[in-house]
Design a binder for this molecule. Structure first.
Ligand code: AMP
Ligand code: MG
Length: 412
């Protein structure tokens, strides 16, 4: 029996980063960059106005006041997208809209609200206060300059990054390939969700859940049919999934029961790295490598399979697509109630961690911690970690709570 941390370290060693591919800017949301992105020009490309207002020579307004206003002649009016070809000389101004280039000669912008008149070219605009040089001007290159690294290799592309890529002219983007993850369930009792189970049978919930978890890990799940507890059938479907996918996740038939075959099949095709972990739910979780590809034989109990995925599969799938090995945010919290713990194994209890009135964190364990039940996982925001060696904990004891509702590398 190995610890969760040992299992995670072994699992990460099995993660091989996939090769890169090029995708269109429009398709790169959620992808991980495989190369630095370098700006091909300054953004903004030119000095421009941050306000609708008047471009002025600031020294013209040095003595302007309510009692002694200064009058400037409006030379022209320019909207965003067009630029004034002349020069603003002392005594003149150009009426310009947000985003329009600052005309030659001008060194400040006074917003409309502070000016009287000057509605169009040829009219006078009246200024009753001075303006500082540079006021209301957005400078060229303020976002980034030509040659700057705008985004770094291994960064995940979020919506803001997509905007930055667009500004940088990166219409084709180099990203790591998304892992294609084969998913299937093993068990002679399983029927498809579309069926009403006959006596002794149950609906297959693991495939749907695990495919969802693979999608959440930004992978492409590929779902395979249910396989009965039949060694030959398991081996042939696993071989096919390995041919077609970068990684394979199975659930069920991973224990020591009379009809549990996945470990033996993985061992026959490749190498089993671990199959017994100090973990509840799900001490029987197998990881093997076949032909350089990771294969998991997760416990069939739905909560055990899901927690196994979170702890042992997700970090590997992240690494395969180039993401840094960052942990989920962990919050140190006080237990709201006593919690039972019967064995010296690491427990991951499903629950809620919230801020109390005084700002401290409080963790509440949900009912329904059986590894057969998914409801608590569906409602929880964290896994409450009960240390391996403890045997029960008291209300008020401090525990680590792993937030599974927010991404790795962020702050809770
Ligand atoms: P196993 O890991 O095959 O020993 O299965 C453990 C428990 O999980 C048994 O009660 C199974 O019936 C149940 N189980 C296994 N696979 C699934 C599945 N795909 N969906 C729902 N329950 C399952
Ligand atoms: Mg079974």
């Amino acid at each position: 029996m190995i610890s969760v941390e040992q299992a995670q370290a072994i699992a990460l060693e099995c993660a091989r980063r996939l090769d890169e591919e090029q995708v269109d800017l429009a398709d790169c949301f959620g992808r991980v960059l495989s190369r630095d992105v370098v700006a091909d020009m300054d953004v903004a490309p030119f000095d421009n106005t941050a306000m609708d207002g008047f471009a002025v020579v600031s020294s013209d307004l040095a003595g302007a006041s309510e009692r002694e206003p200064v009058t400037l002649r409006v030379l022209a009016e320019e909207g965003a997208g067009s630029s004034y070809s002349g020069t603003v000389v002392p005594g003149t101004t150009v009426r310009i809209m947000t985003g329009a280039p600052i005309p030659a000669g001008a060194d400040a912008v006074v917003k409309f609200e502070q000016v009287e008149g000057g509605e169009s070219a040829g009219q006078d605009a009246v200024f009753s206060a001075p303006v500082k040089p540079g006021a209301n001007i957005r400078r060229a290159g303020e976002e980034f300059r030509r040659g700057d690294v705008v985004l770094r290799s291994c960064e995940r592309v979020n919506a803001y990054a997509m905007g930055m890529l667009a500004s940088a002219g990166a219409v084709r983007v180099s990203v790591f390939r998304r892992p294609r993850v084969g998913v299937f369930s093993i068990g002679s009792e399983l029927v498809s969700p579309a069926q009403t189970p006959a006596a002794g049978k149950i609906r297959n919930s693991n495939t749907a859940c695990l495919a969802g978890l693979a999608t959440d890990a930004l992978c492409e799940p590929r779902v395979y049919p249910i396989v009965p507890d039949d060694r030959g059938a398991i081996a042939s479907q696993l071989r096919r999934a390995l041919d077609e996918c970068d990684a394979v996740v199975t659930a069920g038939g991973a224990s020591k029961g009379d009809f549990d075959y996945i470990n033996g099949v993985i061992a026959e095709l490749g190498e089993v790295k671990f199959d017994y972990i100090s973990l509840r739910p799900g001490k029987r979780q197998t990881l093997g490598v076949v032909g350089g590809k990771p294969v998991w034989g997760l416990s069939g109990n739905p909560a055990a399979a899901a927690v196994g995925f979170e702890l042992l599969v997700r970090p590997v799938l992240r690494a395969m697509q180039g993401m840094a090995p960052l942990p989920r945010p962990v919050v140190r919290a006080r237990l709201a109630t006593d919690v039972k713990k019967k064995e010296t194994r690491r427990y991951y209890e499903r629950g809620l961690v919230e801020r109390a009135q005084d700002g401290s964190w409080v963790a509440t364990e949900f009912r329904g911690q059986s590894s057969a039940l998914l409801g608590a996982l569906q409602r929880c925001n964290c896994l409450i970690i009960l240390p391996d060696d403890s045997l029960g904990m008291k209300a008020g004891d401090e525990v680590d709570c792993m937030r599974i509702d927010i991404p790795e590398g962020t702050q809770a």
